[in-house]
Design a protein around this ligand. Structure first.
Ligand code: PMP
Length: 393
């Protein structure tokens, strides 16, 4: 082991990790093992060679695709492309479906992975209409419907769950609204996948963008682009796709190759496949525990003087992220004290979602966000509450 690895191992061992909203850690052992085995043994380049090692690697990716598709309710695994993250999936969806002159209705709680591509598109002549969430971060389907009906609309975009408040948005209703007007429904599932039971087809999402490394418990650098049968975004990146299509001068239109130009991230995909299998087996029990822990944290924080929690009251549906604000001590200072004094990892600031903080009235202050997930216990939560009390006391 290198000296750097020894140091980080010691840091890891004393960390109380409560930043699952940013990325999940530690990863379940089957995920670690799958990544290691992919690097160690799966030497061939999938789809690029007919020798056994390349075929085995192609099979590994095929199996991972099937496992991820089954977990998310994607009926045909070819409708699921492996990309680098939710960010890339959302860029493909937005830039691949919208063109100058189009109109898109989006929600005010969106992450920069949606806001920034939409701002680029707005500068190119796409009409972007923002609909405000209420003060708890929740979107109202009637307001979205009113906005969609006002003029011909190409797409509706909404997160499935907020990375600031944990709010679960009514994306199924929004999909009905979108489809009634012939618009695509694009869902940012970065904070939902792995934390909620998801059936992409039943939700009616035409695009469902997944981050592999958050609730799904896979490694960083992998994400999933899930498409409905009818939805065909333009490909943003062209290149080699292996297989028998090499003679084509243009990108093949067959899925998933269209969206997977270049050598794939085999270790990441192997990890995502193992993670999806793990979530399929343990997710149900884990979701119950996460709900319990986030409610415990919520109630604990509300019992402390000077603190408030963004979003809905305790025990209302939310994914397990919880952002807190103190009336006097700023979020950066709280995060610093929690880390230095208690080894607690939590994230202060705007969480790459200034639009959400603007909606909630916390753009100037930001908040301290806790993200609960795999490996967390009631002891972690109780330590966080105690630490907040002492840090603000
Ligand atoms: N959307 C939301 C709501 C997120 O929380 C994140 C991750 N912070 C993303 C999109 C982007 O995901 P990734 O960084 O994995 O591409």
């Amino acid at each position: 082991m290198t000296e750097a690895a020894r140091d980080i191992r010691a840091t890891a061992a004393r960390t109380v990790y409560l930043d699952h909203g940013a990325t999940s850690w530690p990863k379940p052992q089957p995920v670690v093992q799958a990544v290691r085995e992919a690097v160690e043994f799966y030497g061939g380049n999938p789809g690029r060679g007919a020798y056994e090692l390349a075929l085995a690697t192609a099979r590994l990716i095929h199996d991972a695709r099937r496992t991820c598709a089954a977990l998310l309710g994607v009926r045909d695994p070819s409708d699921l492309a492996f990309v680098s993250g939710a960010t890339e999936a959302l860029n493909i969806a937005l830039k691949g479906l919208l063109a100058p002159g189009d109109r898109v209705v989006a929600c005010s709680m969106e992450h920069n992975a949606v806001v920034r591509p939409l701002n680029v598109l707005a500068a190119q002549g796409v009409d972007v209409v923002w609909v405000d969430a209420d003060s708890t971060g929740l979107m109202d389907a009637d307001e979205v419907e009113a906005a969609v009906r006002r003029a011909p609309t190409r797409a509706v975009v909404c997160q499935h769950a907020s990375n600031v408040t944990g709010t679960i948005q009514p994306v199924g209703d929004l999909a009905d609204v979108a489809h009634a007007s012939g618009a695509w429904m694009i869902v940012d599932g970065a904070q939902a996948a792995g934390h909620l039971d998801i059936d992409v087809a039943a939700l009616g999402a035409d695009v469902y963008a997944v981050s592999g490394h958050k609730g799904l418990l896979g490694p960083q650098g992998v994400g999933l682009l899930c498409l409905s049968e009818a939805c065909e975004p333009r490909d943003l990146v062209q290149g080699g796709t292996g297989g028998g299509a090499s003679e084509l001068p243009t990108q093949p239109t067959a899925r998933p190759d269209r969206y997977e130009a270049g050598t794939p991230n085999t270790p990441g995909i192997a990890g995502a496949g193992a993670a999806a299998a793990f979530v399929a087996e343990h997710g149900h029990a884990q979701h119950g525990l996460e709900r319990e822990l986030v409610a415990r944290l919520h109630e604990g924080v509300l019992a402390l003087p000077g603190f408030r929690v963004l979003g809905s009251p305790p025990r209302e549906p939310r994914v397990p992220v919880l952002s807190v604000v103190h009336e006097r001590v700023d979020a950066d200072q709280l995060a610093f004290l929690l880390d230095k004094r208690y080894g607690i990892a939590a994230r202060a600031g705007l969480h790459c979602a200034p639009a959400a903080h603007r909606t909630l009235g916390t753009l100037a202050t930001g908040a301290l966000r806790f993200g609960i997930g795999w490996g967390n216990t009631a002891e972690h939560v109780d330590l966080a509450v105690q630490a907040l009390a002492e840090a603000a006391g």
